[in-house]
Design a protein around this ligand. Structure first.
Ligand code: GTR
Length: 330
């Protein structure tokens, strides 16, 4: 080998090494937290986000989804994404109320008349204020996933009126508003991690919980609690979001990639959500679940008055936002 060739080869090898080190250093894996199992609409949406980030950046950004809450329970994961211990996630807006008071607007029972109304509100000025609150809490929202409407289910009997809830013990997500909500119906609420609900139902530690059809199905809760009563008391969006500092440090091109990936993943998730909602309902019905519709929910809605009053007394600065949410649906 002549010396020119040798030097050139060495130089090229060194250059290749430094490029790969640079690329390696840049492409720190972004860890995405997910509570759901693979195949769930949220999981598929997140996989799409990660795939597009990796593909569109040509590998200079790298992202991976960790399913089944293996990186921790939801309230902890929210803190982790705020602090940067985790990079991104899809969070239900329920437990987000604990880190950002304005996020709690969506957790006021029956505040949205329908999923469409919720979308309209989240895409408008109220959604903008909620996003700003999340940004202040260290979370950069990138899009809103669907999670339909939540209803109560239990191990004992159909719930038709608030009276039926009296004395029953329900698991709720981590948020005082939900404890107040169940108390206003005469029941007891206990916040528990999602992963502990099945066992708690089986052991009789709780009588019931509340969720949408796809989660009732995929968590197996339907096997433990066969009475599903369509109260639809909460219509909660879910937030595809990332650590704010991580987002702020991205270049404009990288931010563009992130937003395009988020948009595509939201479109996919909402489509899969609609399909999955139907499929899960059919599946639990076929499994022998008893579903009771509640034609007139007025008694449940009226019972929520003290929940609203308590919330507004504690958050007077959010009164205009609550009013704007209600007015926008008149
Ligand atoms: C699901 C939601 C999860 C989690 C869960 C729960 O519908 O998608 O993020 O919040 O409910 O009840 O804890």
């Amino acid at each position: 080998m002549n010396s020119y060739f040798k030097t050139t080869t060495l130089t090229l090898a060194a250059a290749a090494l430094s490029v790969s080190i640079a690329a390696g250093a840049q492409a720190r894996e972004w860890r995405g937290w997910n509570i759901h199992p693979p195949g769930y609409s949220v999981s598929e949406g997140m996989e799409e986000f990660a795939r597009l980030i990796n593909e569109k950046s040509g590998g200079s950004l790298e992202s991976k989804v960790y399913h089944n809450a293996v990186l921790g329970d939801q309230p902890d994961a929210i803190q982790q994404v705020r602090l940067g211990g985790l990079d991104w996630a899809v969070f239900n807006m329920g437990p987000m109320g604990e880190v950002s008071p304005s996020a709690n607007i969506v957790s006021l029972p029956f505040i949205f008349k329908s999923v469409d109304a919720m979308h309209g509100i989240m895409d408008g000025p109220v959604g903008e204020r909620i996003s700003e609150g999340l940004v202040e809490a260290g979370l950069q929202p990138l899009g809103w996933f669907d999670s339909g409407a939540r209803s109560f289910y239990n191990t004992q009997k159909p719930i038709n009126t608030p009276d039926d809830v009296k004395g029953m013990k329900f698991r709720v997500m981590s948020n005082d508003l939900y404890v107040n909500m169940v108390a206003a119906l005469g029941g007891n609420a206990t916040p528990l991690p999602y992963g502990e609900v099945f066992q708690s139902l089986k052991l009789g530690v709780i009588d019931g919980a509340e969720n949408n059809y796809p989660s009732y199905d995929s968590s197996g809760h339907f096997e433990a609690a066969k009475y599903y009563s369509v109260t639809e008391h909460l219509i909660l969006p879910e937030c595809l979001c990332m650590n704010k500092a991580l987002y702020d440090n991205l270049s404009d091109d990288e931010k563009k990639i992130v937003h395009e990936a988020a948009e595509a993943s939201v479109t996919l998730q909402r489509k899969l959500w609609a399909e999955g909602d139907e499929k899960s309902k059919a599946k639990v019905l076929a499994a022998g679940i008893e579903i009771n519709e509640i034609a007139d929910k007025t008694a449940f809605q009226d019972a929520m008055k003290p929940v609203y009053e308590q919330f507004l007394a504690a958050n007077p600065d959010l009164a205009d936002l609550v009013q704007a949410t209600l007015d926008a649906q008149k």
